[in-house]
Write a protein that binds this ligand. Structure first.
Ligand SMILES: *Cc1c(COP(=O)(O)O)cnc(C)c1O
Length: 364
């Protein structure tokens, strides 16, 4: 194999985030770095207040509205600071100090959201699967009627669980959708705030999507720092300060791609097929087993281990030799985690499954 062959050797990227994006998005983004839309300028040197960039921002926002079928009350923002900043920005904008917000404890990210929210008001953790190391989504819990909102993490990236049914509640609903945004059909208007770091399922690192019901704002009595106030960003069209120009462009390209292939309903079918294929192999292959309750299995992050843990390093090496990237499990679960985000082709899952079968023939 010569150096060029090595460069083009096919890899299958199962990384949990930042993660795979469609190949055409990489190509278009690369071209825009050199010469953006034949302007003779790189996207990296383009003024954010130019009409050229305004068109990118407008298209990104309208694609989100269209793909999520948002109503007129829901505003689309592209903000800085990752999903982690939303852990504080949500309660800062919604929760009064003397009031209570309800949080569901379904993993590491949910816990980080809880920790930050406690700085702004009373937090009631209404359910938790901590005792089982977060292997399931709690089903029976009550939300206080007077809670300001209920917070859920729709997909638990580290543990590989996902809310299959969004809880029905009379209080406003807030969701961290970082790792399953735009992966399945949901009634997005049922949420009052949705936030997601872009780098898992809709773009590259550096920007997060926030969808907010504007009717829920302006009800807290604290002073909100300008950069943290959603109303400022709505008014300024996500351009109060310099937005993440390149990251927003990459999100726009990814959203365009999603629309082109048929939108959320179309990608959901593909995501279902990918997840079914891999979980089926985990269940039938004698060497492997899943780590979560079957009914709560995530279609985005598939966590599994080996019956004989001493084989795990061998399988990891075998997968790596064959171009599989990013399947080592998070340290708090161990084993393996294969992330099957929107842009990951079905062929990559078929290939991983074929390696699992071959490995079982050799070591079964
Ligand atoms: C990755 C992740 C985060 C953190 O996102 P940042 O953009 O790095 O702050 C938060 N929540 C969930 C569910 C995640 O998967």
């Amino acid at each position: 194999m010569n150096a060029t062959d090595q460069l083009v050797k096919q890899v299958h990227n199962f990384n949990a985030g930042p993660s795979i994006l469609p190949k055409e998005v990489f190509e278009q983004a690369a071209q825009a770095v050199l010469n953006f839309n034949n302007t003779g300028l790189s996207i990296l040197e383009l003024g954010h207040r130019t009409s050229t960039f305004q068109a990118v921002m407008d298209e990104a926002q309208s694609l989100v509205k269209e793909l999520m079928q948002l109503d007129a009350d829901h505003e689309v923002l592209f903000l800085h600071g990752g999903a982690s900043t939303q852990f504080m920005q949500v309660p800062m904008n919604l929760l009064n100090e003397k009031d209570t917000a309800a949080y569901t404890d379904t993993g590491v990210w949910a816990n980080k959201a809880i920790k930050e929210a406690k700085l702004f008001g009373k937090i009631e953790v209404v359910c938790s699967s901590k005792e089982s190391n977060y292997t399931f989504i709690p089903k029976d819990f009550a939300v206080p009627n007077d809670a300001t909102y209920l917070h859920i993490t729709t997909n638990n990236t580290i543990y590989g669980t996902q809310w299959q049914n969004i809880p029905k509640t009379s209080v406003p609903l807030v969701a961290d959708m970082s790792s399953d945004i735009l992966s399945r059909v949901l009634d997005f208007n049922a949420f009052d705030i949705i936030y997601a770091g872009a780098q898992k399922n809709m773009g590259c690192a550096g920007v997060n999507l926030v969808v907010v019901n504007k009717n829920k704002l302006g009800k807290v009595n604290r002073a909100i720092p300008t950069m943290m106030d959603y109303r400022v960003h709505i008014k300024e069209g996500s351009m109060f300060n310099t937005p993440a120009v390149f990251a927003i462009y990459v999100s726009m390209l990814t959203l365009r791609w999603l629309k082109k292939i048929g939108g959320v309903a179309a990608i959901e079918k593909i995501n279902n097929a990918k997840a079914a294929l891999l979980y089926n192999e985990i269940d039938v292959n004698p060497l492997f087993k899943g780590t979560t309750a079957k009914e709560d299995r995530s279609k985005m992050n598939v966590c599994f281990v080996m019956q004989d843990a001493t084989l795990e390093e061998k399988f990891l090496a075998y997968a790596k030799e064959n171009g599989i990237i990013g399947i080592k499990g998070h340290r708090s679960v161990g084993g393996f985690r294969a992330s099957l985000y929107n842009a990951l082709p079905l062929e990559s899952v078929e290939f991983l499954v074929s390696l699992m079968k071959e490995f079982a023939l050799k070591h079964g």
